[in-house]
Design a protein around this ligand. Structure first.
Ligand code: PLP
Length: 376
């Protein structure tokens, strides 16, 4: 069976292969069966291996939910009493982390930094020096709203220098940009099956240091459903997720991980970069401008400024492209009109070339001037 192919240029869920889609079609099974527990156990080990972790040091803890569940879990579970969280806030996903901390009423320092350039490391260090009670430093690796890449290795090192754990949200970089837990100074990272591994929505995972998870047993429990230690401990002792897992999504994830290894870490990252090069080339050809300089971009998301043309209407252009199989996505930069073109998923440069043909047609259809017009 073949499924109509759609090119998703939104920042996840991403375009998947037919083999991953079809992997969900399996005989009904009760997820409490040993056979299913084995699949989850295998997947957990593979998820640690993707970021070069050793099983004795790191564990992947699975949750049924979208990526935000991992932000919630990591933040609420890993702060000891009398400690404060430090969030490097330079985009909509780190803003989300602050919202989670506020929702739990947890003490935290929100360190605001510009959203269009990497954070000032010396300011982070100064903040750590002034606040001796920081339990963990939290930073988004790739701020998907803008495409900004943050310096996790340096910030992780700083966190450790001041005796804090380092948690990073790698949801939109994991299994795309090569990550090494040890070299990148990561205690905890997280991701979701519909992004880097190119699986289905509904399965997310926190990957983190076993010794810290064990220690967190004595930290305040702030959530019943979203507690890292409880989920970890349940799986370690019973081989099952505490509550019903997303069964079919897990079959798809198994297939997706196997395709990840078939393609290979380096080859896959090269492909994503090839896709982004094709996105950038098309932008340059018609004069579309981006919100961020290319040298600070992740290589996975391009935030494009809306043309300053009286005929530009994002929804109309979106609909034109959508009807022809290409999905583009609004931006997430406050007060600034942007849309995003992303290099996630099972797509290649040829798909982007085909996209630009359709996008240019759309501009012509609605009389948007090419080269694109900007006032400044
Ligand atoms: C996609 C994403 C998430 C998760 O978002 P959901 O809508 O909950 O899936 C978290 N962090 C980052 C950086 C993301 O790109």
């Amino acid at each position: 069976m073949q499924v109509e192919r759609k090119i998703l240029l939104n920042p996840g869920p991403s375009t998947t292969t037919d083999t991953v889609k079809m992997a969900q079609i399996v005989p009904d099974i009760c997820p409490r069966e040993k056979e299913f527990g084995q699949i989850m156990d295998d997947i957990s080990h593979e998820l640690v291996r993707i970021v070069h972790g050793k099983d004795e040091d790191y564990a992947a803890v699975l949750f049924c939910g979208s990526g935000t569940i991992c932000i919630d879990v990591a933040l609420n579970s890993l702060l000891d009493k009398d400690k404060k969280a430090l969030v490097v806030q330079n985009g909509s996903y780190s803003e989300r982390a602050c919202e989670v901390l506020r929702a739990y009423g947890m003490p935290h320092v929100e360190l605001k930094q510009p959203i269009d350039s990497p954070p000032d490391i010396s300011v982070i260090e100064e903040t750590l020096r002034q606040n001796e009670d920081i339990g963990y430093v939290y930073m988004t690796h790739h701020e998907t709203g803008t495409g900004l890449l943050n310096p996790i290795r340096e910030v992780g090192e700083l966190a450790h220098k001041y005796g804090a754990y380092f948690i990073t949200d790698t949801t939109s970089s994991y299994a795309m940009i090569p990550i090494d837990l040890y070299k990148d100074n990561i205690d905890f990272c997280m991701a979701s099956a519909q992004k880097g591994i190119m699986g289905m929505t509904g399965l997310s995972y926190v990957i983190g240091r076993r010794d810290i998870i064990e220690k967190s047993k004595d930290f305040p429990v702030r959530s019943y459903y979203c507690n890292l230690y409880l989920q970890y401990h349940y799986f370690e002792t019973t081989g099952q997720m505490h509550f019903t897992p997303p069964v079919q999504t897990i079959y798809a994830a198994r297939q997706a991980i196997s395709e990840y290894y078939e393609e290979g870490e380096e080859k896959k990252w090269e492909r994503h970069q090839r896709v982004m090069a094709a996105i950038h080339k098309g932008e340059d050809e018609i004069g579309l401008k981006e919100a961020l300089k290319r040298e600070v971009q992740s290589g996975l998301v391009s935030a494009v400024r809306y043309p300053e043309d009286p005929n530009w209407d994002f929804d109309k252009i979106h609909d034109y492209c959508y009807e022809r199989g290409f999905t583009i996505y609004p931006g997430k930069i406050e007060q600034k009109g942007t849309f995003r073109l992303c290099a996630l998923g099972a797509i290649d440069d040829k798909d982007i070339e085909a996209f630009w043909v359709v996008f240019k047609e759309a501009l012509g259809q609605y009389d948007v001037a090419v080269p694109i017009h900007y006032n400044a």
